[in-house]
Design a protein around this ligand. Structure first.
Ligand code: PEP
Ligand code: MN
Length: 274
């Protein structure tokens, strides 16, 4: 695989991406959390309050949702972005949301601190080039059927346009195993650390699709050397408009974020953060 721009090199430090008051790839594992979809003012403010209270670093929330079925909730669009921006500002949290279309990149840049490229768009080369022309950091999720090479080449597309503020996000791949929604490929984490200088985080929510598996796999991600995790949380997952079954409740999230912080400190103190 020929990585020209994102490969790890002796003369290059690991990339540390600074977004407002936080860094990704720095000296602390980051916790990105929020609802699958922004559903309204009350919901996003309630969630932002908990993310901040329990030491989360960034608020996530979908406004343009890439749903498998066209009949599922598609998101609140620009109105949702506005609500999340306000919640992020109020609770002093940077925000990230998915951009689905080249025509919406400029609009999204007004509302978010980081642009997410979703699994279904990982090989949308025009979209990759468009976010590569900007300066906002890009969270590049792994395509659900993407090899590591496909994924890293997608990152090269972004870097080729000048933007190397890229964070890779493992979110599970399709395999023959049907118990979980996807198969979380945690070996991707140390491989990426060996091949590139970019930070990598893990999304165990989409990676498993099952609430009870999210916390164990989040902790395993940190043990594998991930620079952080992204998890879906909801005040009342039973009533979530999307991805309720994989969303953590507030008590689940409180516990997980404490555990992640302790585990991260332990690993770093032992020199075991790769
Ligand atoms: C998401 O994180 O909101 C999402 C839709 O995830 P993915 O693109 O990994 O399916
Ligand atoms: Mn989701």
């Amino acid at each position: 695989m020929e990585l020209k721009l994102i490969s790890k090199r002796e003369d290059l430090q690991r990339k540390i991406i600074t977004i407002k008051n936080m860094t990704i790839g720095g000296d602390e594992a980051v916790i990105l959390a929020g609802p699958c979809a922004i559903e309204g003012r009350e919901q996003i403010f309630k969630i932002a309050e908990r993310v901040k209270a329990w030491g989360g670093h960034m608020l996530r929330g979908g406004a343009f949702k890439p749903r498998t079925s066209p009949y599922s909730f598609q998101g609140l669009g620009e109105n949702g972005l506005q609500l999340m921006k306000e919640a992020g500002k109020y609770y002093d949290l940077p925000v990230v949301s998915e951009v689905m279309d080249t025509r919406e990149v400029a609009l999204m840049e007004n509302y978010v601190d980081m642009l997410q490229i979703g699994s279904r768009n990982m090989q949308n080369y025009r979209l990759l080039r468009e976010v590569g022309k900007g300066t906002k950091p890009v969270l590049l999720k792994r395509g659900m059927a993407a090899t590591l090479e496909d994924w890293l080449m997608a990152a090269e597309y972004i870097a080729a346009e000048g933007n190397n503020n890229i964070i890779l996000c493992e979110r599970g791949i399709r395999t023959f195993s049907s118990y979980t929604r996807n198969t979380l490929d945690l070996s991707a984490v140390p491989i990426i650390k060996q091949l590139t200088y970019l930070p990598v985080i893990v999304d165990p929510s989409h990676g498993t699709g099952i609430r009870k598996l999210v916390s164990p796999m989040a902790k395993a991600s940190i043990a594998a050397g991930a620079d952080g995790i992204m998890v879906e949380i909801h005040p009342n997952p039973e009533e979530a408009l999307s991805d309720g079954p994989q969303s953590l409740t507030f008590p689940d999230f409180e516990r997980l974020s404490g555990e992640i912080k302790e585990l991260d400190q332990f690993l770093r103190a032992k020199g075991m953060n790769y």
